[in-house]
Design a protein around this ligand. Sequence first.
Ligand SMILES: [Zn+2]
Length: 292
Amino acid sequence: MIAMKNTQNKKLTDELTDKLMNEIKSIVGVLLMAVVTGLAQPTEAFTLTGTFEAAWPDPEVKFVVNTANCPASIDVVSLLQEAAKLWNNVPTSKIKVSYGGATTSTTDSSPPTVYCATNFGAVTGADQGSTIGVGRGSPSVLNGPITSGLLILNASAGAGNISNQPPEALKLIMAHEIGHVLGLGHSQDPTALMWYTASGKMNAALSQDDVDGISYLYPRNEIGGDKIMGCGLVGAVAGGWTGGRGGGSEPPTGSALALALFLLLPLLIAIHSRRRNNLYETLGLRLSNRRR
Ligand SMILES: [Zn+2]
């Protein structure tokens, strides 16, 4: 009877230990993932156009295009639409760039204007032999939202003319200039689309830093206080900023997670010794979960 009761007690204890272990395994798994992710990601390198967070108030930004002086070989509207897809496909951002129709404008306007300049160097101040395009988004008041935008493509004589660029490079440049119109400055990350130069880049794609930047300016904001894909997730991706963009809470920092893991380790090792399991299995790094 006593032996049986001891067996029952042992069984109960083992069941409780198993439950506790499962809980700890899942917690430690999440902590490890967070620590590893935190260590792997550099701090953000994107910059904004100004010293403030200037963005278009409406994330549906429709560019109008003046094709009057564009080279016949370049379909600027298609170029805009292709380049826009890069920004539109960022799941953590609500930005939607599209073609909004034709215009005859060549000035900063809302919606933003795209046009081809035959006197590119003179109107932009840039070297027209090497600069293919420029773009900007401008607030009308200091620290205000962006209220006008302008994207100028090089249609001047010489190597910088858009018709002299390979299609993929042209798409990359167009996407880069759209990034400026949307409020992004140059990134300090050489792999970013918003790096100051396109030279050396073979394909038009966003880097994680570009994703961080556009998600910062135009965070996706799900109904219900960002519970699904809002500020919390954006914060976890880019990290480091203070709250106030949609009410999401800040994710724990890498050092806090490391401390939590450090404090949990003695407990884990103690349980591990009792159960004679491999430590790595205890930490949840093995896929198989051997049970006796
Ligand atoms: Zn630029």
